[in-house]
Design a protein around this ligand. Structure first.
Ligand code: MRU
Length: 370
């Protein structure tokens, strides 16, 4: 996607520097800073402290981290150490484990001298695949949006609501939930997007920045506004992303997603989740019981970051000093609240049968389920 007319991805390989560069998202939307990742510690910090964020991007970043580790030391011990070191950075988004497992499985079978170059080639492959998966999610989601536009029949904008940032910044490109929006806008469908601010980190500001750069009409709303807008007929469809979707279609996404799904259900509004297949955790069935939910630092809630009138980025305390806070970063939306999953292979029901119908090659066999 473009930033001030220049095409960017959220991370890219700089051949001159022989290193990965990322957009350091901690400073957006106020400042556009690029960071070069030079060490494995840089990779771990970038993921844990959210210089990069969003499930697919975390996975792609980890693959490049593995490539760096293999260039420095291709031994079996270094391979496992790298897996462990990067895996402990963030617990909820399954793409991290998916990417590390894929790298380990491919590399461990190779002689040591081939591991460095092969790991880098694999990281490129994972990044390119992510772009294509998200492009297809956009094409499939476009059809749903076009259908809603046709049903409205009056040419008025399709009003979408989204939570967090499941945009191109959260993937290598396109985004998941935003990809159908970009495709619909580019196809000439009139849209208006309600953007949840998504406290505590306000990833909605990233979504607003993205949509604004693409010329898509949108308004930034408080996290508590969605239910009200739905009750008054101002939302036609909800689309969110996901950090981990279980084999029965439960969806774990940024905290607050569940409440949006409840409100959508109460108001008969379709609630769709954009789901790249690497975000499916086939080892887990019951999301509420089984998915580990990340606890993030208290400062994310007790403080808020913004830009001052002089353009400085500052952090301000919003709670009384010493107030204890709790900061669970994700929640689980049970499958019965999800209208459908928009995947790279089509749209399916949020159910075991639905996912298995689109991904028979990935779903555990019936024999393995008992
Ligand atoms: O904590 P974050 O910012 O990494 O959380 C991101 C989300 O919850 C996204 O909705 C999710 O990763 C889907 S991204 C395409």
């Amino acid at each position: 996607m473009k930033v001030d007319g220049t095409p960017y991805r959220s991370l890219w390989w700089d051949a001159d520097a022989q290193a990965v560069k990322i957009i350091d998202q901690r400073w957006l939307p106020h400042d556009f800073r690029i960071e070069q990742l030079n060490s494995l510690a840089d990779y771990a910090r970038a993921i844990k402290d959210m210089h990069v964020r969003g499930a697919p991007l975390i996975g792609a970043t980890a693959a490049y981290g593995m490539a760096l580790a293999m260039r420095l030391d291709p031994s079996d011990a270094a391979l496992q150490d790298c897996w462990d070191f990067l895996h402990q950075t963030r617990p909820t988004a399954i793409n991290l484990r998916w990417a590390l497992d894929r790298c380990r499985a491919r590399l461990v079978a190779l002689p040591l001298e081939r591991r460095g170059p092969e790991a880098l080639a694999l990281a490129h492959e994972i990044a390119e695949e992510d772009v294509e998966i998200n492009r297809r999610i956009g094409v499939n989601g476009l059809q749903l949006i076009q259908q809603i536009a046709a049903n409205k029949g009056d040419g008025s904008p399709v009003r979408l609501l989204t939570h967090c940032n499941a945009g191109w910044l959260a993937t290598v490109d396109w985004g998941t939930a935003t990809s159908p929006m970009y495709h619909a806008h580019d196809a000439g469908v009139a849209l208006h997007v309600w953007v949840d601010e998504t406290r505590p980190r306000n990833q909605g500001a990233l979504t607003a920045w993205e949509l604004g750069s693409h010329g898509i009409s949108h308004q930034y709303i408080t996290d508590n506004a969605g239910g009200h807008l739905m009750q008054h007929g101002l939302v036609d469809m909800v689309i969110t992303g996901t950090d981990r979707t279980t084999r029965q279609g439960d969806v774990c996404n940024k905290i607050g997603t569940y409440l949006k799904a409840l409100a959508a259900n109460d108001n008969n509004i379709p609630f769709y989740v954009a789901l790249p297949s690497p975000t499916i955790d086939w080892t887990v069935r019951d999301g509420v019981a089984e998915i580990p939910i990340e606890d993030r630092p208290a400062e994310e809630i007790s403080h808020i970051q913004g830009s001052s009138a002089t353009g400085d980025i500052a952090s301000l305390q919003v709670t009384p000093v010493g107030t204890e806070v709790a900061n669970p970063a994700f929640d689980v939306t049970p499958n019965h609240l999800v209208t459908g999953l928009i995947t790279e292979r089509g749209v399916c029901a949020a159910s075991e049968a639905g996912l298995a119908s689109l991904f028979p090659d990935l779903a555990p066999s019936a024999a393995a389920q008992v």
